[in-house]
Design a protein around this ligand. Sequence first.
Ligand code: NI
Length: 170
Amino acid sequence: MLDIYTLGEDVLREECSDIKEFDESLKILADAMIDTLEEADGVGLAGPQVGVSKKIFVVHIRGSEPMVFINPSIVGTSIETGVYEEGCLSIPGVYHDVIRPVGVTIQAQDLNGKPFTIQADGLLARVIQHENDHLHGKLYIDHLEERERERVVRSYEKKNKIRRKQKVRV
Ligand code: NI
């Protein structure tokens, strides 16, 4: 299990660097990220969320195999947009509707450095866009209007304090 970094940590706001070595340590990182994602009961996890400022994210949608995207780049988006309530393991406990294109085409490399292209829609397209944002220091709350974003952040901070108090009591 890797530690998940939360809102306020600088690593979540950095532009990630390209991955150049497709070695054993990369496979170990990807495996650990998939395990961490599963343990946290999420659908996607990006490098910065585990303190690694590199272009890698993993996606695991229930009922399908986990997927690893390295050095990804979104090369196409649908004109049609949709609304979906998003959350983030780095901003636990709060959710908000986000408008995004319903379909994307993404190019990336696999764990061996082999390039691939995926055309996705539905939940997969949503998760890909959310995770890809993380690699550029962007969070889903950045897509919201300022007032909404502040409301979500306040709510997150409030919930976080409650959690800390409970921890102290235990
Ligand atoms: Ni996230």
